[in-house]
Structure formats: structure tokens, C-alpha cells
Design a protein around this ligand. Structure first.
Ligand SMILES: [Ca+2]
Length: 121
């Protein structure tokens, strides 16, 4: 009985800590629930796990914490978004998402390559 009670309190504390992190930092460990409607979100690992970054339809530099790390993503905007291998939409567009598109694994050709994103021309 005592053990069960302790575990329940621990789970609640963990949930609160995760919510605080997502609300205060652009990059945090998160899952797909943390991607706000109207945002483009990228994750470090497949299946929307690991480090996480959300932004608008244009992000010129994902930052050192996420650079060349994205493996899954979700476009929750109404814009067709292209993902580029260099900052400021530079280099090749390695992946494209239409409005609402998501991918749990963007595949070998785009994996761990994304440095920026923006509306496709
Ligand atoms: Ca990755």
C-alpha cells in the first residue's frame, strides 16, 4: 500500500516537471502532445521523441541543440514547408511537408540533416 502511494506521487511530479520544461524552453524533451497547433515541430528521434523544437513556418536556424538532429517532424500550419540542410533555407531541401503532414521517421535521405525550414517556393 505504501509503495503504491509513493509511485503515484512520483508520476505526478514527473508530469508536472515535463509540462514546465515544455512551457519555458524552445528545446526540451517532449513528445507529440507538446507540438502546439499552428506550429512546425521537429524531434531528435523517431516517433516524436527526444529533443524537441517548435517554431512558425520559417525558422532560419534550429540552433546548436537541434542542428543536424531531426528525425521526426509535424507541420501543424496551413503552409507547405521545406526543410533545408543549411541555415536560412540554404543548401538542398531534404524534406517537404504539406499542411498537417507529419512523419515519425523522415528517412535516410533527410535524417540528421535539417538546419532550417521555411515556406517552399
Ligand atoms: Ca536524429
Amino acid at each position: 500500500m505504501k509503495l503504491k502511494r509513493t509511485m503515484t506521487v512520483g508520476a505526478l511530479a514527473a508530469a508536472c516537471a515535463a509540462g514546465t520544461m515544455a512551457g519555458t524552453a524552445g528545446v526540451a524533451n517532449a513528445d507529440w502532445h507538446d507540438c502546439p497547433n499552428g506550429s512546425v515541430c521537429v524531434w531528435e528521434h523517431s516517433n516524436y521523441n527526444g529533443r524537441f523544437l517548435s517554431g512558425g513556418t520559417s525558422v532560419g536556424n534550429v540552433g546548436s541543440a537541434m542542428n543536424d538532429k531531426t528525425t521526426s517532424l509535424w507541420n501543424r500550419t496551413g503552409t507547405v514547408v521545406c526543410y533545408f540542410e543549411h541555415t536560412n533555407s540554404g543548401g538542398r531541401a531534404v524534406y517537404v511537408t504539406g499542411p498537417g503532414d507529419s512523419s515519425a521517421n523522415i528517412g535516410a535521405s533527410a535524417n540528421d540533416k535539417i538546419s532550417s525550414w521555411g515556406p517552399c517556393n
